[in-house]
Design a protein around this ligand. Sequence first.
Ligand code: HEC
Length: 178
Amino acid sequence: MRSHFLTLMLAAAISSGALVGASHSADEPAPAEKAEDAAASAASGAGKKSPIDVVNGAEKGTLKNPFDWKDPEIVKEGHKIYMGLSCNGCHGGGGGGGMCPPLTNETWVYGGDDDTLFRLIVLGSKDLQAAGYARKGQEGVVGPMPPYKDIVDDSDRIWKAVAWIRSVWGGRKEKITW
Ligand code: HEC
């Protein structure tokens, strides 16, 4: 009985040793999975991710706002963020422009899709152009948009501000690409 027990212990020790060995190789795919998760959340911009990581972690044209701009709570929060980041100092409290281009009209300087707006806000005009995004639209006022990459550490805040911008946009429905 006793020797049987020892045999079991030995078997358990061996198999746990084997498990340690196995868990090593099982560890290897884990970081890959994590990287996949990170890529997925970078693509959607979901979660507390630094905006610059989101920008650098996703291919051009692939970023999508994870928030619903038709949700009044998100829009309300987005406007608070917009005001809190002093975007209104240049674009006006309602987004109608002033010193800087309006966010409410049909003209988009680089394009109006989520990807372009997110990158423009994070990188600013200069780095956005360096990343291969060209000016296509001409607004009445031309100037550089400052980068927010060192000011905002949570990409969700930028996405919510973008959701608010969608809510005040006054263009024709058929022009909506987001
Ligand atoms: C110092 C002034 C300034 C501030 C502050 C500023 N912007 Fe801008 N923004 C600009 C200028 C100038 C442009 C046009 C950029 C260009 O032509 O390259 C612009 C462009 C944009 C555009 C694209 C508009 C279009 O018609 O294509 C969006 C969207 C935008 N800004 C959002 C924001 C948000 C959100 C914030 C706050 C987080 C912000 N801006 C803060 C000056 C500013």
